[in-house]
Design a protein around this ligand. Structure first.
Ligand SMILES: Nc1ncnc2c1ncn2[C@@H]1O[C@H](COP(=O)(O)OS(=O)(=O)O)[C@@H](OP(=O)(O)O)[C@H]1O
Length: 464
């Protein structure tokens, strides 16, 4: 009995880490709430208090509050990681749920569910990229078109719905109209649905693939993805929309730089030249399309800082995902499941700490049409993510970013076509530059591949 009780000590310590960290973080958030004037008014949520701040630095306060929410996951996670390593907890043979869950998070294997399909002998390892059969050029072109089409359709629909949800008035049962305000709740519902879809598929897939990556590695991609989305929304309060679109057209350059820093990626000179040309062409096109000439408002230093942070986090996300695919050979669905698991936990923790959960759920119960739009938005986002992970897995982060950048141009061209807006000569020149750059990139890639193939074929002859 004593030994049994002693055997449970680590589990008790681990649970108390979670409880104590949550209490401490809650205490600090209450302190912040009180200092913002919410001490005497308990009906006002922390998010409403922060939203009501009008100073130039309100964005920093919001960031702080969000980070409080995310630390509800990071702090206990870090403490558990350190404690478990210290007492060699994972080497012990007790197969409790907690033991399996921690093992899965830290080492990547628990034999517990389909995310870690390593327990079953029927599970296969995914062939490494180097040993997988090489695709022909036409197969590659079909794949590329498939990724481009999928990303275009899902994110065009997603964009329209997102704007609709955030700008339209919804009627409740008594006929009163109101706007939905909490974008973080939308991100939460999108990520939760994406997680459930991926998990359901992994549970019932006919031939599971062994999963080897420690789960905590997904938390970095999910954190940076949530942060980039937040910086993007927040930047719009300091820069106008066209400026943001213009800045995003140059995303390929930070993605390449981040690839160099993170995974020491080597790019050919034609890749740098074409990246610069695509960015330049997109800038010409965006400034030359009449949609973007409706610029209003001012661009401030804070806006530039927030946009730069968006770029940093966004380029980290795609590169980190690319290196996980390379290093662990997981399937896109496993990646989607892992990243969205953490994104749901992060946004869920942040929402419940700020009190936004209850507000949004109350809005949803009173506005059924909003629930319908939210579900369709989440489905679009989940389908879009399937394409995102497939594209990064097959073509890598740079090609993915090029496709997402072109997506913006196609969306603007479509809107010009539908609403009969004109495109200036500069805009047309910009589109031409982008096309030339892409053609150049494909041509150089094919040539380089042919040269390498020839060199490979000549190798054995030289050895004889
Ligand atoms: N690498 C990666 N992994 C997972 N999800 C990703 C990734 N890159 C972009 N996204 C999601 O795609 C949505 C559009 O993002 P962006 O506006 O940054 O893309 S774009 O380049 O401007 O088109 C946006 O969705 P929301 O966060 O729901 O707004 C991004 O989070």
């Amino acid at each position: 009995m004593y030994a049994y009780k002693m055997g449970r000590v680590p589990e008790l310590v681990i649970c108390s880490f979670i409880v104590v960290s949550l209490l401490v973080i809650h205490f600090f958030s209450d302190l912040l709430r009180a200092s913002l004037g919410g001490y005497y008014n308990q009906d006002v949520t922390l998010s409403q208090l922060v939203e009501s701040q009008s100073s130039d630095y309100a964005w920093f306060l919001k960031l702080l509050v969000n980070c409080f929410g995310y630390s509800c996951v990071f702090v206990p996670g870090f403490l558990i990681y350190k404690y478990v390593g210290r007492i060699n907890y994972l080497e012990r043979g007790n197969k409790t749920f907690l033991h399996k869950a921690i093992n899965m998070c830290i080492t990547g294997n628990s034999g517990y569910d389909q995310l870690d399909a390593g327990s079953s002998t029927a599970d296969k390892d995914r062939p490494a990229a180097s040993t997988a059969p090489k695709r022909t050029s036409s197969q590659e072109a079909v794949q590329l078109l498939w990724c481009f089409g999928g990303l275009m359709i899902s994110y065009l629909t997603w964009g329209v719905l997102q704007e609709k949800i955030m700008t339209q008035n919804y009627l409740n049962f008594t006929g009163e109209s109101a706007k939905f305000k909490d974008s973080q709740f939308l991100v939460f519902s999108n990520r939760l649905l994406a997680f459930l879809v991926a998990l359901a598929y992994l549970q019932w897939q006919p031939s599971p693939v062994r999963h080897r990556a420690p789960l905590y590695k997904y938390s970095y991609a999910s954190f940076s993805n949530i942060m980039s989305a937040w910086f993007q929304y927040e930047a719009l309060k300091f820069v106008n929309f066209p400026t943001q679109v213009l800045a995003k057209s140059c995303k390929i350059i930070p993605v390449m730089l981040m690839g160099k820093i993170m995974s020491k990626a080597k790019y050919e000179s034609y890749e740098y030249v074409t990246a610069l040309l695509i960015s330049l062409g997109m800038i010409f096109f965006m400034s030359g399309s009449s949609d973007s000439s409706k610029a209003s408002g001012v661009t401030t230093l804070t806006g530039i800082f927030l946009l730069s942070m968006y770029m940093v986090f966004d380029s980290f996300t795609a590169n980190w995902q690319g290196s996980l695919f390379k290093g662990y050979g997981m399937t896109p669905l496993q990646m989607m499941c892992g990243v969205n698991l953490f994104s749901s936990i992060f946004t869920g923790a942040s929402l419940s700490m700020q009190g936004g959960f209850m507000d949004s759920l109350a809005f949803a119960t009173e506005h059924p049409k909003f629930v319908f739009d939210m579900v369709v938005l989440s489905v679009c986002s989940a389908v879009g993510q399937l394409f995102i992970y497939h594209t990064i897995d097959v073509f890598g982060p740079v090609v993915f970013t090029i496709i997402m950048t072109l997506r913006q141009a196609v969306a603007i061209m479509l809107s010009c076509f539908i609403y009969q807006h004109s495109i200036s000569l500069l805009g047309i020149f910009g589109v031409l530059i982008v096309f030339v750059a892409i053609f150049l990139r494909v041509y150089c890639t094919q040539r380089l591949r042919a040269i390498r193939k020839r060199a490979e074929a000549n190798k054995p002859k030289m050895a004889v």
